[in-house]
Design a protein around this ligand. Structure first.
Ligand code: UDP
Ligand code: MG
Length: 322
């Protein structure tokens, strides 16, 4: 029996990209060594699109049973849409791709080759980052170096969700049901045999990127706080350092007063110390608050997504296949 390869494609307002994406996949598997060697499933997740994405998917499914789709009840964000995909893919391995063809399907044969050689997580690393602003690139690299320094698990820059995962990785990922998801960190965290491939990131074929600066900033904060508690430790370290400095300063002030008396001065130093300490305290509170927020959200144990429909079948529990 053939092995089955699932391709997981989260889609948010991708009506224009989808036909192109579908065509690219068809072209890919038209070669005998891919088309006959493997069974294929192309699982599209409609992440609450407000355009005709769902209709396009239904149309594709009518003519081609390889096309599968899940329709989510609203826009849950790419991370959650992918978690729906983890639950529903049926293949022996899965390849995660963007719908906008920024991830070249031409890399898939190489990924499968590495998978056949026994690698469980074949990830694609961007050689260049495509068209994006200088600021976004710098901030993104800064974020990775920050994250990398605070954890022992390898989190690689320029590596995204474009990767092949073996069934055993999928099964482990399915059990990680945190509601605030930083999937890139999860891939690293689960371990298994990894292999790197390089690719040239393309520009979007149609539509616009749904990310904006605030979105990326939030993702970065969530990435750090859902992956490491290092900022909490940092707050402790700053606290200790500031207390120590304050103690030394106290000794200095006392000694000065004993020797030279107390001429009631020091308004500037007082202001500086108060403002500085106030700032540090607020920062520490903010950090604690971030983690408290995580605990609050996780403690609700809400599902990471709600599915309305799977391949035309209406779901009554919103959350089949667990
Ligand atoms: N996406 C999604 N839900 C969202 C936002 C994006 O499923 O809320 C999908 C989108 O359709 C695309 C992929 O995630 O397939 C990457 O999104 P995008 O191209 O907008 O991000 P970028 O490539 O700029 O990082
Ligand atoms: Mg994109």
């Amino acid at each position: 029996m053939n092995k089955k390869v699932s391709i997981l494609i989260p889609c948010y307002n991708e009506e224009k990209s989808l036909p192109l994406m579908y065509q690219a996949l068809c072209d890919l598997v038209s070669s005998p060594e891919l088309g006959e060697r493997y069974d294929w499933e192309w699982l599209f997740i409609n992440d609450g699109s407000v355009d005709q994405t769902l209709d396009v998917l239904k149309e594709l499914r009518q003519h081609d049973p390889r096309v599968c789709y899940i329709d989510l009840s609203r826009n849950f964000g790419k991370e959650n849409a992918m978690s729906a995909g983890f639950d529903y893919v049926t293949g022996d391995c899965m390849i995660i791709m963007d719908a906008d063809l920024q991830h070249p399907p031409a890399l898939i044969p190489q990924m499968l080759e590495q998978w056949e050689q026994g690698f469980d997580d074949v990830y694609a690393k961007r050689l260049s980052r495509g068209r994006e602003s200088w600021l976004r690139r710098k901030l993104s690299l800064f974020f990775y170096s920050l994250l990398q320094r605070s954890t022992r698990v390898d989190i690689l820059p320029n590596v995204g969700d474009f990767r092949l995962l073996d069934r055993k990785c999928i099964n482990v990922l399915r059990r990680m049901r945190e509601s605030q998801r930083y999937t890139k960190g999860m891939y690293s965290w689960i371990g298994f045999r990894k292999k790197e491939l390089l690719f040239e990131q393309q520009d979007r074929v149609a539509g616009t990127s749904s990310w904006n600066f605030m979105g990326l900033f939030n993702l970065a904060i969530d990435g750090i706080t859902s992956f490491t508690t290092f900022p909490l430790r940092l707050a402790t370290i700053i606290g200790v350092a500031v207390s120590l400095a304050a103690f030394l300063f106290l000794v200095y002030v006392l000694v000065c007063t004993w020797i030279w008396g107390d001429p009631v001065q020091g308004y500037p130093t007082l202001m500086v110390v108060i403002l500085f300490l106030g700032g540090v305290e607020l920062l520490a509170l903010g950090i604690i608050g971030e983690y408290l927020g995580h605990i609050y959200h996780e403690s609700k144990h809400r599902p990471t997504y709600i599915a309305r429909e799977y391949n035309g079948e209406l779901l009554t529990d919103g959350y089949a296949r667990l």
